[in-house]
Design a protein around this ligand. Structure first.
Ligand SMILES: [Zn+2]
Length: 133
């Protein structure tokens, strides 16, 4: 491979950046391709605003489930009044004996909320009204 100087016409090896004869910059031939950033995907479908549809409760419900799931707080956050009251009553009426069970349920559910994507969370718990797990 050889490149010809655009200024003096001398033949140069293509790894040279400047002409060996006149020091003029040589045209770059092959081998050098500027890396193009990936083209953003425009118009790839309507963007769903999962936050506005209930995913904004995901973090709060998940954390409350893990920390105070015993009292069904995360159920109330999600609007599951019945399930929340069940957890609260079971914990209180058993004088705390079953509170540990409710706490475990709360932790498991809290982790499930937090590990779901916003879309999954909305579909399962906000629109699907899945009361347990
Ligand atoms: Zn030259």
């Amino acid at each position: 491979m050889a490149v010809f100087c655009t200024k003096c016409g001398a033949q140069n090896e293509d790894y040279l950046q400047n002409c060996a004869q006149c020091q003029a910059p040589l045209p770059q031939t092959g081998g050098y391709q500027p890396i193009q950033p990936p083209t953003p995907m425009y118009g790839s479908g309507p963007i769903q605003d999962w936050q506005a549809r209930g995913a904004n409760k995901k973090i709060a419900a998940g954390i409350c489930g893990i920390l105070v799931g015993t009292f069904g707080v995360h159920k109330f956050i999600l609007g599951y009044q019945t399930e929340g009251i069940i957890m609260l009553l079971v914990s209180l009426l058993s004088c705390g004996m079953l509170a540990i069970v409710m706490q475990i349920i709360g932790i498991v559910e809290g982790i499930m909320y937090l590990t779901k994507s916003d879309e999954d969370f909305v579909r399962t718990y906000v629109e699907g009204r899945k009361g347990w797990f």
